[in-house]
Design a binder for this molecule. Structure first.
Ligand SMILES: Nc1ncnc2c1ncn2[C@@H]1O[C@H](COP(=O)(O)OP(=O)(O)OP(=O)(O)O)[C@@H](O)[C@H]1O
Ligand SMILES: [Mg+2]
Length: 264
């Protein structure tokens, strides 16, 4: 059982969309996938799952996470995630995906600490950059940049001797236009990722195919019998599958057959 956490401190970078696409692509590859969403008020992924059930599509499973106690702290949340992973492993699941929210909260920190792979989403905008790294600029400095969380998680992984721990930064919602500001953000991110030992990957480009899928439940990787694939899905399908393949390789998962991993 492997835990993949999707995070960023910037809202709207496509975490939930990427989570839904990835969960579907992994399920298609024969990897039994469960999702936990930390957005408990609107529950977009539970609604996505319900839409898929209605459309009779093979679906990843979305589970609620319950942590006992009044005000759970980071350790309680870690325990909650581990319990959930153990229960999922007993039920034959291969992957647990955690979709987080853009806030420095105990559950978000814990979700990063328990991960075997973290995927951070970022768009080609300077505002996203300031949310991630400490800058010298006076006005846009985030009080708690994401780099603080990266340091925390790295120290924790070292303490636990987690040598196979992986981190992807996904350039997401990328526009088709090449702009000077976009290129500049990309270069700065590349430097930051090199220093932090993070792999900078191409994420999901800004496409209509992703915009409609949370509502319909139909993702770019789905084939519906008797229906031609929509044009807006074609390129999206290729990049979604490529991303799923990168996750599978990083986690050393065996698609198509039931993996049997021990819980660390
Ligand atoms: N690759 C994409 N192409 C087009 N639209 C996208 C893409 N990714 C996300 N969107 C759209 O952008 C909006 C925000 O996406 P999403 O909810 O996935 O982001 P998020 O990071 O989970 O946001 P939050 O921080 O609020 O949880 C949604 O309307 C979604 O449909
Ligand atoms: Mg979200």
């Amino acid at each position: 059982m492997k835990i993949v956490t999707i995070g960023s401190f910037k809202g709207g970078t496509g975490k939930t969309t990427l989570c839904a696409v990835l969960a579907t692509a992994l399920t298609q590859r024969g990897l039994k996938t469960r999702v936990i969403e930390l957005e408990t008020s609107t529950k977009p992924l539970a609604r996505f799952e319900a839409a898929r059930e209605f459309a009779d599509l093979n679906s990843p499973n979305v589970a609620d996470l319950h942590v006992s106690g009044g005000h759970p702290d980071v350790q309680d949340w870690q325990m909650g995630f581990r319990n959930q992973a153990e229960e999922a492993a007993r039920k034959g699941y291969d992957v647990l995906l955690i979709d987080t929210v853009s806030v420095w909260k105990p559950e978000v920190i814990a979700a990063h600490l328990v991960a075997d792979l973290v995927i951070t989403t970022v768009t080609e905008s300077p505002v996203d950059l300031y949310q991630i790294m400490p800058t010298n600029g006076p006005s846009m400095q985030a009080t708690r940049p994401y780099s603080q969380l990266i340091d925390l998680v790295r120290r924790h992984a070292q303490k636990l001797n987690k040598t196979d721990f992986g981190w992807f930064m996904c350039l997401n919602r990328k526009s088709h236009l090449i702009t000077r500001v976009g290129e500049s953000v990309r270069e700065q991110l590349l430097d930051f990722c090199e220093e932090s030992n993070i792999d900078l990957l191409e994420g999901l480009v800004d496409r209509v195919g992703y915009r409609i899928m949370m509502e319909t439940g139909v993702t770019p990787v789905d084939d519906i019998a008797g229906e031609p694939i929509q044009r807006s899905f074609l390129a999206a399908r290729t990049e979604s599958r490529r991303l799923a393949a990168q996750v599978i390789r990083q986690l050393n998962l065996q698609p198509g057959q039931r993996a049997n991993y021990a819980i660390a």
